[in-house]
Design a protein around this ligand. Sequence first.
Ligand code: PTJ
Length: 246
Amino acid sequence: MSLIPKSHPRAKSLYIRERLVHGFDDGLVAKEGLMAHGRGEAFDYLLGEKTSKYAQNAIHAAAFLLATASYPVISVNGNVAALCPREIVKLAGIVNAKIEINLFYANEKRKKNIVHVLRKAGAKEILGVDSKSSKRILGLDSARRIVDKNGIYKADVVLVPLEDGDRTKALKKAGKKVITFDLNPLSRTAKTADITIVDNVVRAINRLILECKSKKIQKTPFNNKKNLAACVLEIKKNLSRRLPHA
Ligand code: PTJ
């Protein structure tokens, strides 16, 4: 049972934090994942903990890219497995994407636990778990370089939520389009991806599912760099609005 009262002014944020902690206790999340969440939480606070119109623009562009991809893949790490496994499976079903587990802090036990959670959420096929299908992507030194030949290796579009910058760069070099969720508009991933959804994955993934479900997703002009700049200005505006008056 949660110790967080529903009336707490920051209840929503604390519930998300609680999900991460449970994910850690269940062996899904790396210790470092808790810290990564803390960084995300800080940016979420600065963004006003809501989906901005710029995040919504990126969601729309991402839905179009996913819907028109020929081989889309969703990459899953520990944090995402703890935060939104059902939504990942749902999204994959709608856009006919493969699901691949790809960990920065590679760990076989954690991978097994993530497989279990994804299966429980309804996933039929999970890639990234069979070493016989392993391939390497070039220009990357971390464990993330090991990918599945039937998954990320073959993909034209890869959705990489909560990512580290190096892999985004390597995926781009390999000719793939990259979509990410990243609350930090200044991160390397945010700047390198084709489409960065600057929003909490917990909020934004449901909006992405809704957009992908729509039969009439249309291509609209989208410039990631301009959109990121607008997100930074949004933070600046929020800060001035909340400045305590002496
Ligand atoms: O499970 P593993 O081993 O693959 O490890 C996963 C983590 C997240 C630990 C690993 O990829 C990592 O260290 O990531 P970084 O480099 O800390 O980057 C994570 C980014 O995600 C940061 O820019 C955070 O601001 C952002 N972030 C954190 N939580 C959220 C988020 N973005 C969207 N929604 C969140 N809930």
